[in-house]
Design a protein around this ligand. Structure first.
Ligand SMILES: Cc1ncc(COP(=O)(O)O)c(C=O)c1O
Length: 385
């Protein structure tokens, strides 16, 4: 019944954990869900108010423009200049997105022919691989290892793969490892993409979720990056707007145009009222972002202390709201996630669900208040491992 494309999808590895979680909840167990990467905090009020006003204006009720409102693209370009130090032409180098997920899925449709290889970091956001499969491409995982600070080893890719490679997806600050990359790595990535004629797609969904004064660089700030790539930004995590579906792509104009061509044939753009609220988010003082980061920082510290007390050595990440923790000796990632759930009522995501190289880790999302995280820590300390 299904297409080969659907039949080629990898199995959903979280199904067993989801089922066990739902069963525990149904039995009345007080489950602490640190599984999903969806902020528990509300969208800041000034953004909600902007939507409330915009939605009452009938001019927003029509089909939006495919590329996005010019004012939204201008606001995105100004934001990129102010916070990332990059210059963009809003008319040709910025495109509005219905969240960054659709761009990850649509980029391969724009640029990949059957048999082309798409390089992506593993463990990683599953859509890099699935978008590639949907476009008839061949996904090629680049393992992220602790000994390389969770950066891919670009020198390890065989030449026959590089010759067929069309796209390189990467993502720093990284989901799920919480690793960050500096400009030096991005410059290396530019050189690599130029040498092998590969399109760079930097997924920067967590760009503003940073701690301890760390500022994450834009890939496009690397010399020559505008020649080879695009970068994806999202309102989802920056402004607690996951449900609103809003983001933007920036970078090389031919690549932006290619992505726009796919989108204009598949979707009809972002609801204007949401773009208007998105402009307010981008142009207002970013105090709400700083306040949110402070909250996650406190949660991060609480969980890291707890994991340390259990003998699990995890360095506090500088960015993202994830903790990527190695599982205790003798466990697989699924086995440890199961133990956490069944013995402590804690949901964590098994690392292998993000790709083979995620084996040996679990991901905790800091999406519960600090008292619940402390409660999770107390429960974990009581585990016999
Ligand atoms: C690495 C990464 N990229 C992209 C996305 C998609 O985010 P959105 O479509 O909400 O912008 C996510 C969501 O969790 C993610 O973790």
């Amino acid at each position: 019944m299904y297409s080969d494309r659907i039949n080629a999808l990898p199995p959903y590895l979280f199904a067993a954990i989801d089922e066990a979680r739902d069963e525990l909840i149904a039995r009345g167990v007080d489950v602490i869900d640190l599984g999903v990467g969806d902020p528990d905090l509300p969208t800041p009020q000034h953004i909600v108010e902007a939507l409330r006003k915009a939605v009452c204006d009938p001019r927003t009720h029509h089909y939006p423009s495919y590329a996005g409102m010019m004012e939204f693209r201008k606001a995105a370009a100004e934001w990129c200049k102010e916070y990332k130090g990059i210059e963009l032409d809003p008319a040709t180098e910025v495109l509005s997105l219905i969240g960054s997920k659709e761009a990850v899925a649509h980029v391969p449709i724009a640029f990949v022919n059957p048999g082309d290889v798409v390089l992506y970091t593993d463990p990683g956001y599953p859509v890099y691989k699935i978008g590639t499969i949907f476009a008839g491409g061949e996904p090629y995982p680049l393992p992220l290892k602790a000994e390389n600070n969770f950066l891919p080893d670009l020198d390890s890719i065989p030449l026959d793969v590089l010759r067929r490679a069309k796209i390189f997806f990467f993502n720093y600050p990284n989901n799920p490892t919480a690793a960050t990359a500096d400009l030096e790595f991005f410059e290396k990535a530019v050189e690599f993409c130029k040498k092998y004629d590969i399109i760079a797609v930097h997924d920067n969904a967590y760009s503003q979720m940073t701690y301890d004064g760390y500022i994450s660089p834009s890939f496009l700030a690397a010399k020559g990056a505008m020649d080879v790539g695009i970068e994806l930004y999202s309102h989802s995590k920056t402004y607690n707007m996951t449900g609103w579906r809003l983001g933007f792509a920036v970078g090389n104009r031919d690549l932006i145009q290619g992505l726009g061509k796919v989108k204009s044939n598949i979707d009809s753009g972002v609801f204007d009222a949401i773009q208007i609220a998105g402009i307010v988010a981008l142009r207002s003082p970013q105090t709400c972002v700083e306040e949110t980061s402070k909250i996650y920082e406190e949660r991060r510290n609480a969980l890291i202390e707890g994991l340390k007390a259990m003998g699990l050595e995890v360095k506090p990440p500088k960015a993202t709201f994830y903790i990527w923790a190695p599982v205790p000796k003798g466990f697989t990632s699924i086995g440890f996630a199961k133990l956490l759930l069944e013995e402590a009522g804690i949901v964590a995501t098994p690392g292998v669900g993000f790709g083979e190289a995620g084996e040996g880790y679990v991901r905790f999302a800091l999406t519960k208040p600090v008292d619940r995280i402390n409660e999770a820590v107390e429960r974990m300390k009581r585990l016999k491992i």
